[in-house]
Write a protein that binds this ligand. Structure first.
Ligand SMILES: Nc1ncnc2c1ncn2[C@@H]1O[C@H](COP(=O)(O)OP(=O)(O)O)[C@@H](O)[C@H]1O
Ligand SMILES: [Mg+2]
Length: 265
């Protein structure tokens, strides 16, 4: 198998006081090594649930998650995660926040080595002069850059990004999109990005997956076939406008089904 991430027919329901809440329904997804997949879908359809299943933080009721040809049965340190609100520890400096995952997955690595790795990443994202600051001394965009460094510090094979740019202003967001392309060139990883921003999905991904309303299944897959560098202007090309229209249409369909139970097969 040459897909790094292989999700086969996962179905999952949360147990709630009001009974089971079906969230994912026979969802399939494949991401090749080095691929960048964006997942879009209605709010509450199960996107964050999907990320927890891939990271091995939860297990599906049915179906399988495979990473690197191995079935996921426990949490994976080969997965890095970043979220919308970067949870940085205020009592630690930016450098020490970035080092944190290494303290867990590589406790024996000498402190100097850990710092060297963290500084390398901070320089890559333009935060070299902020290593000794506290999180509250940084802007939202800078905190998200630091959070990206933290999610990459242990060289994970897979980077899961759950709406990481959602809380940022439009200009900062576009800067971070460009930074993502740069990071990907320097630090190879396979990415799964959850987003509600269709432009973001087209600019960053090479595959966009639209999930249906809850319980979510794979409704539509769009290949973003662009080779070479991606300037922001790419979003104004006739081809991108066409892709965005297709995705908007699919989201409308997904919202139309939102909350409706699928008829039994
Ligand atoms: N731990 C949980 N227990 C019960 N219900 C949950 C839990 N986590 C999420 N949900 C519910 O499952 C649905 C999908 O949640 P989530 O995966 O966070 O959606 P999304 O990320 O697409 O907005 C939502 O209706 C949410 O309220
Ligand atoms: Mg979510």
């Amino acid at each position: 198998m040459n897909n790094l991430i292989e999700i086969k027919g996962i179905t999952h329901a949360y147990k709630t006081a009001a009974g089971p809440l079906p969230v994912l329904d026979d969802l399939n997804l494949s991401i090749p090594e080095g691929g960048f997949c964006a997942v879009v879908g209605p709010s509450g359809c199960g996107k964050s649930t999907l990320t927890r299943l891939i990271a091995g933080l939860m297990f599906p009721d049915e179906g399988e998650v495979w990473l690197h040809g191995q079935r996921v049965r426990s949490p994976r340190s080969s997965v890095g995660m970043a979220f919308q609100n970067p949870v940085l520890l205020e009592w630690r400096t930016i450098l020490d926040n970035v080092i944190l995952p290494l303290e867990i997955v590589a406790p024996r690595m000498p402190k100097a080595k850990k710092e060297e790795r963290a500084r390398e990443l901070l320089a890559m994202v333009g935060l070299q002069d902020f290593a000794n600051k506290r999180p509250s001394e940084l802007s939202g965009g800078m905190r998200q850059r630091a959070s990206l460094c933290r999610s990459l510090v242990h060289k994970p094979d897979i980077l899961i990004l759950d709406e990481p740019f959602g809380a940022l202003d439009a200009f900062t967001r576009e800067d971070l999109w460009q930074l993502m392309h740069q990071l990907r060139a320097e630090e190879p990883f396979t990415a799964l990005l959850i987003t509600h921003d269709l432009r973001e999905s087209v600019y960053l991904a090479d595959q966009v997956v639209v999930l249906s309303g809850r319980p979510a299944t794979t409704q539509f897959v769009l290949d973003i076939d662009v080779s070479g560098p991606r300037p922001i202007d790419m979003l104004y090309s006739t081809q991108s406008v066409e892709w965005l229209a297709q995705l908007r249409e699919q989201i409308k369909i997904a919202q139309g089904r939102g909350g409706r139970k699928r008829a039994a097969a």
